[in-house]
Design a protein around this ligand. Structure first.
Ligand code: NAD
Length: 111
C-alpha cells in the first residue's frame, strides 16, 4: 500500500483524491491546505487526516508520495520541501513560474 499526502484540496486536488481512492494499493493519509474549512471537509470526505502543518506530514515515514495541487504560486515551496524530505512528488502544471526555479527544482530532484 502506498501512502499519499495531497497538498491543496481545491478542484484538481478533489479529482486526484477521488482517483487515488479508486486504486486498490493507494491510501490518502493526509490532506493539507491553508483553508481550514476545506481541510476539514476533505478530511471527512476522504477519511484521512487534515493538516495545516506541512512539516508534520512530510516527516511521516508512511507518506511515500506527495501530490502538489495547490495554486501555482505555492508549487515550488511545496515541491522543494517534499523532495528534500525524500518523498516522490507529482506536481500539477506548471511546476513553477520561472525557468530558473523550474531548473532548480529539477536539479534537487536528482540528488
Ligand atoms: N483545475 C484544473 O482543471 C487543472 C488542470 C490542470 C492543472 N491544474 C493546476 O492545478 C493547480 C490547482 O488548480 P485548482 O483549479 O485545483 O485550484 P483551486 O484554487 O481550486 O485549489 C487550490 C487549493 O490550494 C490551496 N493552497 C494554496 N496555497 C497553499 C499552500 N501553500 N499549501 C496548501 N494549500 C494551498 C488553496 O487554499 C486551494 O484550496 C494549479 O496549479 C493549476 O494550474 C488545474
Amino acid at each position: 500500500m502506498l501512502g499519499f499526502a495531497i497538498f491543496g484540496v481545491g478542484r484538481i486536488g478533489n479529482i486526484r483524491a477521488t482517483a487515488l481512492q479508486r486504486c486498490g494499493n493507494a491510501k490518502v493519509l493526509y490532506v493539507v491546505d491553508v483553508d481550514e474549512k476545506r481541510v476539514a471537509e476533505f478530511a471527512a470526505k476522504f477519511e484521512c487526516e487534515g493538516q495545516s502543518d506541512a512539516s508534520r506530514v512530510l516527516s511521516d515515514p508512511r507518506v511515500d508520495a506527495v501530490l502538489v495541487c495547490t495554486n501555482t504560486m505555492a508549487h515550488a515551496d511545496v515541491v522543494r520541501a517534499a523532495v528534500l524530505a525524500g518523498k516522490h512528488v507529482f506536481c500539477e502544471k506548471p511546476l513553477a513560474l520561472s525557468y530558473q526555479v523550474t531548473d532548480e527544482l529539477c536539479k534537487i530532484g536528482t540528488h
